[in-house]
Ligand binder design. Structure first.
Ligand code: ADP
Ligand code: ZN
Length: 736
């Protein structure tokens, strides 16, 4: 028997080995093994079982790391698919389906001593022992009367003796002490069962489709439900249905929404089986991750909740795979393999015959398109639960701040008055600043004009050093204007307001208000997020100012006002998805208002009040927005119509990077099939990051796989300088 092995550190080479007789029954596809590679012994994964090897001399596998194959065939299959589609080495893809914490066998498991009695003991036995050694008798009694093995530390505490006593008992042959793997449960609290709610008519109809699909999975379901329409209730029911049918469930939520609040909601609904729920997120220690993973691997977890990478959780027999907030960008991994977990969910569901449920209040254009063309089934929840109304959205035009109003550019008069009113009434305000927005586009403060590429309809990027505006999709370039091309006002600039600046302004305007800021800088400690939200929930904060961190999934009944400080910050980034993102963000943020009994009000401040994403969001008109955004995408052949790949090259020597990008672009053009468009090698909008110069080459065409294969073959034949690094992003979500 021979196997083909992918060693972890052998540059993606596949090597053949023979399997010694005594290992043959245990080795299978996905087994982790140790193999000799030249003079070293490396860990690796069995990729294939072979009858014969075409090589004359093959070496033996040195050892089997774990008796059970660590990678299930369905997942190995996904890894192969990823390697091909996302244009990355197979070992990189395999690495992401097998987390670091578990890759090397049992290392990392927490061992603790447990003690159990060797036989049953009668009352007479205890009396006899007590006569000689009373403490030993007490200790033995505790152990003998326990139905399960006890931790030595625990038994000692219960018996009121020190741990050495158990060693003495062991010497007498009364007990056995052994090391055992103890699982570290990061959510060790017990949960009280939460009641099942009675579904409203819309939810019932939705549930009907979900159940039907679970019985016979055909197409993925897109659950389109406005914020607060009760989507989570549908997820909970679907999981229940899976468990009742003897199956398992996998739930993906965006990392940022994987809060204790969310976990609690799931754990309390399934309180009776809460030990069978595994939670995976990036704050787990390596040890905890290891334990949770093994809990899934050995079949004791039946529900997995986690962020992006949990799509590869080794759960068996899933009945449903749920992706909450399917439009979220964080499902896309920003290092190789650059997969999108939502898309992987659809693929995995198909391979494992599981129903796939994608939910969102603002589905992505890709998913909406799939629903429209019949690839997905569309299920809608149009009403908020209890018929709560959607918040009123007001647009404030920032273009003409009145004189003698120094803060007018940050907080307009009307928003200030609204905040003031909330403070007086003891209600709460959330102010949102989209700081991640990348503000190198030029915007006219007087008329709101934004400089755009005539051919690609994305904002042009301002490159300060060269004083030029540039399109990084097609390479169009022109001199940066000194005044607005539309209204000639010289106040054209590239703008940006940080959270700190807004916080200072707030303190000046509302000296008595209790203000808290939440962004990546102020939330460096793990607990600060929880603490701040806790204080806000208890009403000890009047105004919560924050970034993306506060946009998602939070539920505060006393928040009646939400202000978006500058809606433009996300709008004029050089990315064709800018409009979609702004619409999604405005809708999500607005959804934070009016979750309680009182009506909500939303203020959107902007320099471009008539941009479609702002207007449609204002009217809660998702479909209107989709219709016009689809038109735009179709006209320029952007996704979901055409497909795109972005190649980014980076290095410390600018000329080398530039030259490599241009060479790559030329080579790609030489072998590009008809219908494939290759961009020039141009500076990335984020031209320099962390001392690296960055250049990009974009590709557009009808099929991602086709583009990916073109890149693979071109790169294979084009040696890059050692200090120029190439990243290939298939179906990119960010074009920076
Ligand atoms: P979404 O996930 O669509 O934003 P949720 O599932 O969080 O909405 O529901 C919003 C609120 O409504 C939650 O507090 C939830 O407990 C409640 N809810 C959901 N469905 C029902 C129902 N059928 N009856 C009563 N309350 C419900
Ligand atoms: Zn262009």
């Amino acid at each position: 028997m021979f196997v083909r092995v992918l060693p972890d550190q052998a540059a993606g080479r596949l090597l053949d080995y023979s399997v010694p007789d005594h290992m043959q029954s245990a080795v299978g596809i996905g087994s982790r093994v140790q193999v000799p590679v030249r003079t070293r012994l490396l860990h690796g994964t069995v990729i294939e079982i072979l009858e014969q090897s075409e090589f004359a001399k093959v070496r033996d596998i040195a050892a089997l790391v774990d008796e059970k194959p660590m990678i299930r065939p369905a997942l190995l299959d996904l890894a192969r698919w990823m390697s091909d589609y996302y244009c990355c080495p197979l070992e990189t893809a395999v690495r992401s389906v097998l987390p670091v914490a578990v890759r090397d066998g049992k290392v990392g498991a927490k061992m603790q001593n447990i003690v159990r009695a060797t036989r049953t003991f009668s009352e007479d036995d205890f009396v006899a022992i007590a006569r000689r050694a009373p403490r030993q008798a007490d200790a033995l009694r505790v152990v003998a009367q326990s139905e399960e093995p006890l931790l030595v530390t625990e038994a000692a505490k219960k018996a009121g003796v020190n741990e050495g006593v158990f060693r003495t008992l062991e010497k007498h042959g009364f007990v056995v002490i052994e090391a055992s793997v103890v699982s570290r449960n990061p959510y060790a609290e017990r949960f009280i069962a939460g009641a099942e709610l009675t579904l409203n008519a819309e939810q019932q109809a939705a549930m009907g489709v979900v159940v039907q699909t679970m019985e016979k999975p055909e197409k993925p379901i897109l659950l389109f439900g406005v914020t607060g329409s009760g989507k989570t209730e549908i997820y909970l029911r679907a999981i229940r249905h899976a468990l009742d049918s003897g199956k398992t469930a996998l739930v993906l939520v965006p990392e940022i929404a994987l809060t204790p609040q969310t976990v609690e909601r799931f754990k309390s609904r399934f309180a009776e089986v809460q030990d069978q729920i595994a939670v995976l997120h990036s704050h787990l220690s390596e040890g905890e991750r290891h334990d949770e993973w093994h809990k899934i691997h050995n079949g004791s977890a039946r529900v997995v909740i986690g962020a992006r990478s949990s799509i590869f959780a080794p759960i068996e027999n899933p009945g449903i795979i749920i992706v909450d907030e399917e439009h979220e960008n964080s499902y896309k991994q920003d290092e190789a393999p650059r997969y999108n977990a939502r898309d992987m969910a659809v693929l995995r569901g198909k391979r494992e015959n599981a129903a796939v449920l994608l939910g969102s209040a603002t589905p992505s254009l890709e998913s909406w398109h799939n629903a429209q063309t019949g690839k997905y089934q569309l299920v809608r929840l149009d009403q908020r639960v209890d018929d709560k109304s959607m918040p009123v959205v007001r647009i404030t035009d920032l273009r003409r701040p009145t004189r003698n109003d120094p803060e007018g550019g940050i907080l307009s008069r009307s928003l200030r008055q609204a905040v003031e009113g909330r403070i007086l009434k003891g209600e709460q305000t959330i102010l949102f600043l989209n700081r991640r927005g990348f503000s190198t586009s030029m915007i006219c403060e007087a008329c709101g004009h934004v400089c755009q590429c005539p051919d690609c309809s994305v904002s042009l990027t301002y490159h300060r050093a060269a004083e030029r505006l540039m399109c990084h999709i097609c390479g169009h370039s022109r001199r940066a204007p000194k005044s607005c091309p539309k209204c000639s006002d010289p106040k054209i600039r590239f703008s940006g307001t940080g959270t700190q600046k807004v916080e200072e302004a707030l303190k000046r305007i509302f000296p008595k208000a209790r203000i808290a800021r939440m962004d990546a800088d102020s939330m460096t400690r793990k607990e600060s997020y929880r603490e701040t939200l806790g204080a806000f929930k208890e009403g000890r904060i009047d105004i919560l100012l924050g970034t993306q961190m506060i946009a998602k999934g939070l539920h505060f009944p006393n928040v009646t006002l939400v202000g978006i400080v500058n809606a433009d910050l996300g709008l004029h980034v050089p990315d064709f998805r800018a409009g979609e993102r702004t619409f999604q963000l405005l809708t999500q943020v607005a959804g934070r208002a009016g979750r309680g009994e009182m009506e909500g009000e939303v203020f959107v401040q902007t320099f471009t009040p008539f941009s479609p994403s702002i207007q449609f969001a204002r009217h809660h008109d998702f479909e209107g927005f989709m219709e016009q955004e689809m038109e735009f995408r179709k006209r320029f052949d952007y996704p979901p119509f055409g497909r795109m790949v972005m190649i980014t090259l980076r290095g410390v020597a600018r000329e080398k990077v530039e030259f490599s990008a241009q060479t790559l672009s030329r080579k790609l053009k030489n072998s590009a099939p008809q219908g494939v468009l290759i961009g020039e090698g141009v500076p990335a909008p984020l031209e320099k990051a962390k001392t690296y110069y960055r250049f990009q080459v974009s590709l557009r065409g009808p099929s991602s796989l086709q583009l990916s294969r073109l890149i693979r073959s071109t790169l294979a034949a084009l040696p890059m300088p050692e200090d120029v690094f190439v990243a290939v992003d298939v179906d990119p979500l960010h074009l920076m």
